[in-house]
Every structure is written in C-alpha cells, then in structure tokens.
Design a protein around this ligand. Sequence first.
Ligand SMILES: C[S@@+](CC[C@H](N)C(=O)[O-])C[C@H]1O[C@@H](n2cnc3c(N)ncnc32)[C@H](O)[C@@H]1O
Length: 215
Amino acid sequence: MAGHRRTGGQTHWEDRYDGTRPEELSWFEARPDLSLDLITERVGPDAGVIDIGGGASRLADCLLARGYVDVSVLDISTTALAKAQERMGGQAAQVAWIAADITAWTPPRRYDLWHDRAVFHFLTDAGGQRAYLAAMAEALRPGGHAIVMSFAEDGPESCSGLPVRRYAPEEMAETLADLVPGAFRPDGAGRFTHVTPTGAEQRFQYSLFRREPSG
Ligand SMILES: C[S@@+](CC[C@H](N)C(=O)[O-])C[C@H]1O[C@@H](n2cnc3c(N)ncnc32)[C@H](O)[C@@H]1O
C-alpha cells in the first residue's frame, strides 16, 4: 500500500484503532440508519456496494442482514478491518475486504454505489481530493451512486487529531465540479447531527451524486 500523510497515513490510523474499542471512537454509531436508508433507497440487494474508509463500521453487517450480496469495505487500517472481521465471525467471508489508501487505489472493478462517511473530509489539499475523486469516478459504473458524508461547515475543525475540510453541500458539489469536471451530477443533499459516544454533537452534511456516462 502506498501510504502517505494526506489523511494521517496508515500508521496514524493503525494506532487509532489499536487498543481502543470501536464503540469508544468518536465516529462510532451502533446502527448506521441514515447510511442504510440512503443506500437501500437507491440500489437493491444485488448491487455492488463499497464502503470507503469503512473501518470497523457496522454498515457491512447491516447490509448483509438486508440481503445485500456484493459488499466491499476499503480502509487504510488493517487493524480496523481485522476488528470488523472479528466481530462478524463467519459472515466476514461474505464481504470483500480491501486494505488500501483511497488516494492511491486503482479500482479493479466497477461498483453501483460508493459510500463514504467521514473520510473525504480528511483530504485538505487539492491533490489528495483529486486522487480520491478520480478513484470514485473510475470505480462507479455510469449511473452509479455516490454518497459522501463529511463534517458540515458548522461541524468540528478536526477529527482524530487531524485537521479536516468542512463542507456545505454546495461546496461539496463545487469541489467535484472543479476537480473531476463532468464526471458527477448532484442528486440531492442533506444534513444530520452525529452524537459521539461521549455525548458531543457533530454537524454533518451528506451529498448524493450520480456518475455521468462521460467525464
Ligand atoms: C472517522 S473514521 C470513519 C469510519 C467509518 N466510515 C464510520 O463511519 O464508522 C475514518 C476512517 O477512514 C479511514 N481512512 C483514513 N484515511 C484513509 C485513506 N487515505 N484511505 C482509506 N481509508 C482511510 C480510517 O482508517 C478510518 O477507518
């Protein structure tokens, strides 16, 4: 894996998960209800769904429970993936696990839906953002769906000890239009509040896109 420092680097994220229960991490959610709703409203159980920076999230378990048969989870942290696999036991074999830095990843196939909760916002320079978005454009079939959740403009300025870029939904759409022109069409957006395990409120936005046939 070509590790680098754009989103903290692999070592940062291995350390973050090592020795900490996933339930204690600030981004933990017991059931990813909004993600599940957004995904199941858009694609059916046969769709290829990839969770970018899925870490130890329970999204994969929930998708399998709803009959989804083509679920992939990508993360830079092998420790996070191992924790998710351990939790899922035998069911883990039904998921494709990909240990990779998303800014250095070449998708080996096409997916119907790309889901990112709190990963893209760690990319604070245009080079990293462009590399991520190029992978997203390459990975999605024409007409495929992207769901990008990030801290909103009134959200925290950092996460996990790293600076983040915060987005209003319009800024997210502008960023895609600037960095991968013509590749994506905005398809809706919204806001939500995440409550961390210690009770802090974090304002998020989600932006939905469709992959254009060209671009
Ligand atoms: C704030 S956590 C969110 C985890 C998960 N999406 C969730 O909502 O529970 C960010 C995740 O992104 C992963 N990550 C950070 N930089 C990455 C990169 N460059 N490539 C792939 N994964 C990355 C981290 O290891 C971590 O699991």
